[in-house]
Design a protein around this ligand. Structure first.
Ligand code: PRX
Length: 655
């Protein structure tokens, strides 16, 4: 279990002092009864009715769980509901029309607020427009948009008419968008002319146009939001539609929310897996929304009066669940920020918290480490007393960063929830309940009530307290992925393993330890997936981009420890007749940027005469990770070509 990046069993097992949640928080918490863990365990799977009760169902479900076709589990079968109705209409109907649904912060001094009434109007108008363009139930609509309110509007408009959305992070390249459009057979694209970063306008539309040129099936309609106005010149060819014009054409129209079966797809999201192809994780309407709402209620402690800020981009699962669906299902106010945390100054985040009186702030360890590096003077410039709860997600958080967050952002008065989950799980799985459980900095906490997460050894048996193993989930849960789009076989193969008793166990791809109190400390990925600053990348995806470069014979990509972060290392051997030149190195880096995304570009490209291989010809990645991180190489006796190791070490040193 010492393979993956960031794995530090010694550190993880070191004693950390438990911190009780502040009394003032517990008193007001949505969930504060410690018996909840036991109550859920002894009433499984019916315990999940409590989550489903947070939603409005158009017709009641017959069964909480249908496990007759494992691992194709179904939740709340027979029930019907609409996600947009649950996130918008019911709050308006209940008298919340003037409450802020979305508070958006753009460039300096640029803000927009959507009340639930505003959101209702625009979601309806855009739903009417999509229908008019031909979008039918179950047609996949691809959304390639930056952090602007039109993105959640488009998601909810799709949900309203029963069209699954596939959001592609705006940082992905044209090629990556083309692949995702093609794999989902998506005939509709909603995009945007661009966005602002550090006060500068960035073009998104040209990437979208390039993707459209590449896709070999017919993308019937493209809608473009005008974010930049004259800055880029918003001239659309006649076959593309302007979002604002569509709203005008459908002003005031209403579209009845389509009742969806609980198991109908709400969305799909492409994420990196262990092969060269991104996988389309599908989520079902009822179970996903129930878990999103329940965890927002029990872990984020959200109430309708709260202003919540999850700083993740909506292009990732965190943004789907905790910028859009969870907070809006509960009728809270969700905050969106288009920019970066250090522009125009390093206090930008705290200024937004202060100005908007944010109650709950949820971010990633990589951001917290940056805040820590910049210094406490920045949060100190602002009144952060509105904060009640802090959260983190996406990577292991080192105890020092945790403590800094707790003290300098939370003033020692806000619980910190370290929430472990994944694109595949849909919502949070392991975390302390902030009104119930003591916190241990660096450890995510116990599995949430109703979640049967277990750390097991290679044989599938739970490890003893203090041991390390594979993080798995022994029972299904409502927010789980239903399949990989168009690839049931890969879903069964990649996500599940059979226990000796024949039961299915979900395998997360992470290594973890568990302590005597059942607290899980996640160590990091142990498969061929990298987590770089909280962003998920497949080593095979990067490798297949690199081997496409002329002159490259072979490539192996690994994640190397770079302090608490992970850096992408590419080892490359060249074809006969090609030099390991600076020019080739640049071409490799550029190609990765163009075929996947700029953030996937390798930090280092190391040319090696050959790559270390076992006798059966498999590249020994463990060794390459160790070389990149400067760690002990361990046992190398299985190598067919041990002589290359010294040369690779020298190449890494000389770079
Ligand atoms: O390695 C784990 C890490 O992020 C991976 C999931 O990535 P993604 O599907 O992009 O979803 C990210 C946000 C939900 C996991 O396999 N991870 C997520 N949360 C934590 C974490 N690692 C340690 N601690 C966490 N709290």
């Amino acid at each position: 279990m010492s393979d993956g990046p960031g794995v530090d069993v010694e550190r993880a097992l070191g004693e950390t002092e438990a911190i009780d949640p502040p009394e003032s928080f517990v008193r007001q918490a949505n969930v504060s009864d410690p018996s909840i863990h036991e109550a859920f365990a002894s009433n499984w799977p019916e315990c999940w009715e409590r989550a489903a009760d947070l939603l409005d169902w158009e017709s009641a479900y017959d069964a909480v769980l249908d496990d007759s076709d494992e691992p194709f589990y179904e939740w709340f079968t027979g029930g019907k509901l609409n996600a947009a109705y649950n996130c918008v209409d019911r709050h308006v109907e209940a008298g919340g029309k003037n409450r802020a649904a979305i508070k958006w912060v753009g460039k300096r001094d640029e803000t927009r607020t959507y009340t639930y009434q505003d959101l209702h109007r625009e979601v309806n108008e855009f739903a009417a427009a999509l229908r008019d363009l031909g979008v039918g139930e179950d047609d996949v609509v691809t959304l390639y948009m930056p952090m602007i309110p039109e993105l959640p509007v488009a998601m909810l408009a799709c949900a309203r008419i029963g069209a699954p959305h596939s959001v592609v992070f705006a940082g992905f390249s044209a090629d990556a968008l083309a692949t995702r459009l093609a794999r989902a057979d998506s005939e509709y694209l909603v995009t945007c002319d661009g966005y602002y970063r550090r006060g500068t306008a960035f073009n998104l539309k040209s990437k979208a146009d390039n993707a459209l040129l590449d896709v070999n099936h017919d993308v019937r309609e493209t809608v473009v939001v005008d974010r930049l106005g004259d800055e880029m010149g918003h001239h659309l060819p006649s076959h593309q539609r302007d979002y604002g014009d569509l709203l005008d054409d459908h002003a005031g129209e209403r579209v009845d929310p389509v009742p969806r079966d609980a198991e109908d797809m709400l969305f799909l999201m492409y994420t990196s897996g262990t092969t060269g192809e991104p996988k389309g994780v599908t989520h079902a309407t009822g179970g996903y929304l129930a878990q999103a709402a329940w965890t927002s209620h029990a872990v984020l402690d959200l109430e309708p009066e709260d202003t919540h800020w999850c700083s993740a981009d909506i292009g990732w699962i965190t943004g789907h669940t905790y910028v859009v669906y969870g907070p809006l299902a509960l009728g809270a106010t969700t905050t969106m920020y288009e920019g970066t945390p250090d522009y125009p100054d390093r206090d930008r985040v705290w200024e937004i918290v202060d100005t908007n009186a944010v109650d709950v702030f949820y971010t990633a360890p990589t951001a917290i480490r940056a805040f820590m590096k910049w210094g406490e003077e920045y949060p100190e410039r602002h009144d952060l007393s509105s904060l009640r709860l802090l959260g983190t997600v996406g990577e292991p958080i080192n105890p020092r960063a945790w403590q800094w967050y707790y003290e300098h952002v939370g003033g020692g008065e806000c619980p910190v929830v370290d929430t472990w989950w994944q694109t595949e799980t849909g919502g949070m799985m392991i975390s302390t309940l902030p009104g119930v459980d003591a916190m241990k900095p660096g450890s995510a906490g116990p599995p949430l009530p109703g979640i049967d997460a277990e750390v097991v050894d290679a044989a599938g048996d739970p490890v003893d307290a203090g041991g390390a193993g594979y993080l798995t989930v022994a029972k299904p849960w409502p927010g789980m992925l239903r399949t990989l789009y168009g690839d049931d076989d890969r879903f069964v193969e990649e996500c599940w393993r059979r226990d000796d008793d024949g039961g299915y166990r979900y395998v997360a791809g992470d290594g973890a330890t568990v302590d005597g109190d059942g607290y899980v400390t996640v160590l990091g990925r142990i498969d061929d997936v990298l987590n770089v600053s909280g962003r998920r990348l497949g080593t095979m995806e990067i490798e297949s981009a690199i081997v496409g470069v002329e002159g490259v014979a072979e490539a192996a990509v690994v994640g190397a420890d770079d302090g608490p972060d992970t850096a992408v290392f590419a080892y490359v051997s060249t074809e006969n007749g090609y030099d390991a030149s600076e020019e080739l190195r640049e071409r490799i880096v550029e190609t990765v940027g163009e075929t996947i995304a700029p953030f996937a570009r390798p930090e280092r490209v190391v040319f090696a005469p050959d790559l270390p291989k076992t006798r059966s010809g498999k590249i020994m990645r463990r060794l390459l990770t160790a070389v990149a991180s400067g760690d002990d190489l361990g046992n190398t006796s299985a190598l067919r070509n041990p002589e290359v190791v010294g040369e690779i070490q020298a190449a890494v040193r000389d770079e």
